[in-house]
Design a protein around this ligand. Structure first.
Ligand SMILES: [Zn+2]
Length: 360
């Protein structure tokens, strides 16, 4: 009978919103530290450099224990009351963790829409080498999430497509959690609210209706109503959906794939897209649904086979290692409502690969 819902304090999405950054910051404090991805450092320095009390530091590239410690030290040194995580998911997660450790407020400024990290109180830590280490549940969501659609569309379209791959997992994984009655990620774990479930479901509908149109427009640097809806689906709906309903084997298999060096060139959402297809096979969903998801991913250029992941030469033992890692203690794979063993997970991955090649 209990239920809980969590999300960011405010979400603002608008073309050119970066110009309004100062007015979003000043209610939160007067000393600010921005952790910015190198790819957008110049652009953000130009846009925000004049804000009084703002220091900007470049992100080192990995959300690792060492990088978190470096940012914590910088917050203490500058006396920042507000930390701004600007860039991709890893810079944002690093800023979120460092802010919580120092008691600072959190503003998130995603410059790509490649993951659903910005809105949530969940952060993922990796080793220096990029191997998944731990998923942290922070006690606070970001205070403000600011999305400038111009920045999102200025980035390579591959990021937007990866975000669609990450968002594709939202409803499928929410459904796993509903069927397995697994607690969500809010306040230590509760059943989801109707609102949370509706958002996850709606996320899927928006992706199916808008993704091909939005990608075509974004590829040309155009911002259309469709692009804005996909940005909202990738960042807000997917973020609220996964936090309020939970992840399952799509993300578990993503985590497993990171043990294979050959996948390190791929973006999070690209691996999660493949993991979503594997999840559908693992759960033995309807033929029509699996086929639709494979075609949807293939049309967008998201990976649907092991070869697409750079694992065309992977052995059965390699995929066994992926399955073992996907079933490590604490993995979200365990929210999937089926028999979960190394054999069932490995065979679902190999079977999905074979089926996708036949469908195509
Ligand atoms: Zn994700």
């Amino acid at each position: 009978m209990s239920r809980a819902f969590g999300g960011p304090g405010k979400y603002i999405q608008r073309r050119g919103e970066i110009a309004c950054l100062e007015q979003h910051l000043t209610p939160l404090g007067d000393r600010f530290l921005m952790l910015a991805d190198r790819a957008v450092l110049d652009r953000l320095t130009k846009a925000a450099g004049g804000i009084a009390g703002l220091d900007i530091m470049a992100f080192n590239g990995e959300c690792s224990a060492a990088e978190i410690a470096r940012v914590v030290a910088a917050i203490r040194e500058t006396g920042a009351q507000v930390v701004i995580g600007a860039g991709g998911g890893k810079a944002i997660d690093t800023a979120k963790i460092a802010a919580v450790q120092t008691g600072a407020r959190i503003v998130v400024l995603p410059t790509i829409a490649s993951t659903d990290a910005p809105c949530s109180a969940v952060a993922v830590r990796y080793t220096e080498e990029g191997v998944y280490e731990e998923s942290l549940r922070l006690p606070r969501n970001p205070d403000v999430v600011l999305v400038d659609s111009e920045l999102i569309v200025a980035a390579p379209v591959r990021f937007l497509i990866a975000g669609i791959g990450d968002a594709l997992s939202t409803w499928f994984e929410a459904r796993s959690n509903l069927e397995s009655r697994t607690p969500n990620y809010v306040a230590g774990g509760f059943p989801p609210t109707e609102v949370g479930i509706a958002i996850a479901r709606r996320c899927h509908d928006v992706l199916m209706a808008e993704a091909p149109k939005a990608v075509a427009a974004a590829r040309q640097g155009r911002i259309t109503a469709s692009v804005e809806r996909i940005i909202e689906a990738n960042i807000l709906m997917s973020g609220l959906g996964f936090e309020n309903c939970g992840c399952s084997a799509a993300h578990g298999i993503h985590d497993g794939l990171t043990v294979l060096e050959a996948t390190h060139h791929l973006l999070h959402g690209e691996k999660v897209a493949f993991g979503s297809l594997c999840l559908l096979m693992l759960e033995n969903r309807d033929l029509a649904e699996i086929t639709e998801a494979i075609r949807f991913c293939r049309n967008l250029g998201l990976p649907v086979t092991l070869a697409d992941l750079g694992l065309g030469q992977a052995s059965r033992d390699d995929i066994t290692r992926v399955a073992e890692a996907a079933l490590a203690p604490g993995e979200c794979t365990f929210a999937t409502p089926v028999e979960l063993t190394v054999d069932t997970v490995r065979d679902a991955i190999l079977a999905l690969d074979a089926f996708a090649r036949e469908v195509l």
